[in-house]
Design a protein around this ligand. Structure first.
Ligand code: GLU
Length: 278
């Protein structure tokens, strides 16, 4: 079966060389194998994503010489699909509403002697999981804003693994994430839910992405198992660093493709700078 890869940037800023490397990695893997390469815009978080960055990303990638198969999937145009996934999990009693504010969670964590940590920081202490049903119903009826959390103890599927390129099967430990948020108060669905839904829907067979997302794969495998989606293979690649060895990041104003282009760089020059010479 020919492979399908994808590049799935979040439009929170302009693309830099790290993105170019990630995009070219996915594109080359597909093209070298005669497979499909998809482009997906992960703009599910309205507090961080901006449409002008989406437009800039498409333009920069085309300038860089990438072509993609089929239409670009834009996550914000598919909110009912993610809602339906949340409803499926809810119907099985695997989600609960969480009314806690960030500050309340901080206070509770500060008061507990040893708050366990997961890949994304201290684990949620489970306050709203333990709410009496009538209190929960009253808050829902009153329209108190809430997130939706996965009840990890109920949701856990033992024995999950994923296939990592060059490493073979890796055992998953999704419990490390605790009761992870799958829908935020201010964002309709979480990255974890949307990415796994879309990879399944779009028939992605090989997920190439930065090694910073490797720990999240444990949780992605759990969501795939719970929702009956196939498991793609994974190839996590190193992150590009600057000359001082620091990870390239939008917030540090790493040179964007726009800057390089304005300074006269050619697409081939930028592909080489990104570590993917022709
Ligand atoms: N949208 C994510 C990001 O920009 C990448 C998601 C993925 O490749 O799984 O960091």
């Amino acid at each position: 079966m020919p492979i399908t890869t994808r590049f799935a940037p979040s439009p929170t800023g302009l693309l830099h060389l790290g993105h170019a490397f990630a995009a070219l990695t996915a594109w080359r893997r597909a093209r070298d194998a005669g497979g499909r390469f998809l482009l997906r815009i992960e703009d599910i978080d309205p507090t961080r994503c901006r449409p002008e960055f989406t437009a800039a990303i498409l333009e920069d990638l085309a300038w860089l010489g990438l072509d993609w198969d089929g239409p670009v999937r834009v996550q914000s145009e598919h909110l009912p699909e993610y809602r339906a996934c949340l409803d499926r999990l809810s119907a099985r009693g695997l989600l609960y509403p969480c009314f806690c504010t960030r500050a309340a969670i901080q206070r509770e964590l500060a008061a507990s002697a040893a708050a366990p940590h997961g890949p994304d920081g201290p684990l949620y202490p489970g306050t709203c999981r333990r709410l009496p049903p009538d209190e929960r119903a009253a808050r829902l009826a009153a329209g108190v804003p809430h997130a939706l959390r996965l009840d990890m103890a109920r949701a856990l599927v033992p024995g999950l693994t994923f296939a990592e390129d060059g490493e073979g099967l890796i055992a998953c430990d999704p419990a490390r994430f605790g009761d992870v948020v799958l829908a935020r108060k201010d964002a309709p669905a979480s990255y974890h839910l949307c990415v796994t839904h879309d990879d399944a829907l779009q028939g992605v067979t090989l997920v190439t992405r930065g090694i910073d997302l490797k720990p999240a794969t444990d949780l992605h495998r759990l969501l795939q198992a719970l929702l009956g989606w196939p498991a793609p293979a994974y190839a996590h690649h190193p992150l590009r660093t600057d000359t001082a060895g620091r990870r390239l990041a939008k917030r540090d104003h790493a040179a964007t493709l726009r800057d390089l282009r304005a300074a006269g760089a050619s697409p081939a020059g930028v592909r080489a700078l990104a570590g993917m010479p022709d």
